[in-house]
Write a new protein. Sequence first.
Length: 254
Amino acid sequence: MGSLSGKTAIVSGGSDGIGRAIAQKLAHEGAHVVICARNSEKIDSTVNDIKASGGSCEGSVLDVSDAQSYAEMISNVAKDKGLDILVNNAAHVGMGMIADTDLDGFQANFRINVDAPYMGTRAAMTAMGDKGGSIINISSVNGDRAMQGMSAYGASKAALTHFTRNAAMEGARQGIRVNAVTPGPIMTPATKAWFDHDPDAGAAIANANPMGRIGTPEEVANVVFFLASDASSYVTGASIPVDGGKANELYVPS
């Protein structure tokens, strides 16, 4: 029996990349995991893989850019199965220089990276009530450090990280812990496709990291599991980097 046995967890964007690894980890530790994502084939693949390994999982086709529908899904799961853990993982990575990005392109990042976690957190806190629970927001090192062409994404992730702190203060007396994880470069399928197309870029990013490598989705999932479990029972309002030390580094041009 895992340490999350008897608990119900929701993972948005749980069919691929970091979200898939999180769903697999939480299920491996005994939780019943509900994933939502846009691609039904990827959802089915993840659900089947988790079940084949002995875990408990179900999926829902949902675009979290419709934040109200996301909140309703969370409320429905909570009414049916209870809710102990919410992982706001689904993300939109909008890239583009400021001069080339219109307002709608800028706001697209906020609809998925801020509005959805806000509505999800609101629904989860209502459902959890005084019995408590754990809410984990997947932010990004880009919310802490600036990068050309990432102003919209970085601003949205910075907002998510600070929203996490405020939500933690509001949930603390009810035993609802709210924390953030801020990954650096992680070898998701999308990252691999990018590096396969441009190996020099992949090598440069890896070499620029203090640890000299790209992280894995499983390394992010391990930290999420810690925050979801009772091992982190006195941790709330934290933002934990999983970035090989990148956020700590003072850049010095060669």
